[in-house]
Ligand binder design. Structure first.
Ligand code: PLP
Length: 379
């Protein structure tokens, strides 16, 4: 029986290597979103596979209160990679769990309960994170969710000034909205978020579950705005495909965090994969490569299909193409006729989240395919 919460795609994937995936007949696909931003280093990266396999064979699991080398290394690597004020690391298994912890830590550290979140924002699907997620289709069947959440329009600094007050525990937002449509805020927005939360004594939580790990051309998207939050969460690409998330906190948050934990927090195998992934991303300057490839891809898209779509937007290798008619038909043709597996973001945006190791030839393939698919659309 197939899992009832998934919609199945007509392609059965069997193997992945680098930017490519292969189905059971051996057909090759370019991964532009099939791995959901979870494979920044590409599929089956040898450094990650080796680190995880080696740890799996030696010690698969022991609870987090017993120190083990791979977890120590994951902590050290993450501390070094995190913005310098965020040296407290909590490890978990997913993005929603990283945000769940962030919300709890912020409530505990501020002794306030109000959470300000943004319209079109996405923070996960467990009850706490879901309460700060905008899309009513995800929320409505599960109401009532946790209370005291106020939504403000994304990108509107004045709305932040009004909503964030001295009863606010946290403001949570994505530096660039992913699921909500690849929405980039005005340049001064994150700085305004920083200023208003600081004034109110509230925690600024930046959800970098999708934008982190070099996706936008810097290791963390908040670097682009020169803003350091009180809490930064990341997951998706953190262990290059193994289930991992982390909540990185400033001292005042960590000191007031209260009691929180999870059995699998910092498991040895996933820790080994986190260490290998983050070290490789940093040492091989993957974010700079993502910046360069992103610029190339975006300018080629503008040049070749700019006139046939509403907008091409993004940062690094997080690219959204707002098409004139539904995104689903475009995605289906990209997959079945051109061997490119991409994602939607809402109804009208085709979202590209390729492995960050992609090269110009792969970008060219995407541009050519889109020109073909969209050319038919306008004709
Ligand atoms: C995917 C995502 C989440 C949820 O992560 P899961 O690992 O699916 O729980 C949270 N925030 C953002 C910005 C995401 O893209």
């Amino acid at each position: 029986m197939s899992g009832f919460v998934h919609t199945e795609k007509p392609i059965r994937l069997e193997r992945g290597e680098g930017v490519h995936l292969y189905d059971e007949d051996g057909s090759e696909y370019l991964d532009c979103g099939a791995s959901y931003a979870c494979a920044p280093l590409g599929h089956s990266h040898p450094a990650v596979t080796e680190a995880a396999r080696d740890q799996l064979e030696r010690l698969t699991f022991v609870q987090a209160s017993y120190p083990v080398d791979s977890r120590d290394r994951a902590h050290t690597t993450l501390e070094a990679a995190a913005p310098s004020e965020l040296e407290n690391v909590w490890l978990c298994n997913s993005g929603t769990e990283a945000n769940e912890a962030a919300l709890k830590f912020a409530r505990s550290a501020t002794e306030n309960s109000k959470i300000v979140a943004t319209m079109q924002g996405f923070h996960g699907r467990t009850m706490g994170a879901l309460s700060t997620t905008w899309n009513s289709a995800y929320r409505d069947p599960f109401e009532p969710l946790i209370g005291d959440v106020e939504f403000v329009p994304y990108g509107d600094s004045e709305a932040l000034a009004e909503a964030v007050d001295d009863e606010t525990a946290a403001l949570i937002l994505e530096p660039i909205q992913g699921e909500g449509g690849i929405n980039l805020p005005p340049a001064e927005y994150l700085a305004a978020a920083r200023e208003h939360t600081e004034e109110a004594g509230a925690a600024l939580i930046l959800d970098e579950v999708q934008t982190g790990m070099g996706r936008t051309g810097t290791l963390w998207a908040c670097e682009r705005a020169g803003v350091v939050p009180d809490i930064l969460t990341t997951a998706k690409g953190l262990a290059n495909g193994l289930p991992a998330g982390t909540t990185l906190c400033a001292d005042w948050i960590a000191e007031g965090a209260g009691s929180h934990n999870s059995t699998f927090s910092g498991g040895p195998v996933v820790s080994a994969a986190i260490d290998a992934t983050v070290s490789t991303v940093v040492e091989e300057e993957i974010p700079a490569h993502a910046a360069e490839m992103g610029e190339y891809l975006e300018s080629e898209l503008q040049r070749n299909i700019g006139d046939t779509v509403r907008e091409v937007r993004g940062a690094g290798l997080m690219v959204g193409i707002e098409v004139k008619r539904g995104a689903n038909r475009v995605l289906r043709e990209l997959a079945l006729e051109h061997g490119i597996l991409a994602l939607p973001a809402g109804r009208s945006v085709v979202r590209l989240l390729p492995p960050l190791i992609m090269e110009e030839e792969h970008a060219d393939h995407v541009v050519e395919a889109l020109r073909d698919v969209l050319g038919e659309e306008s004709g």
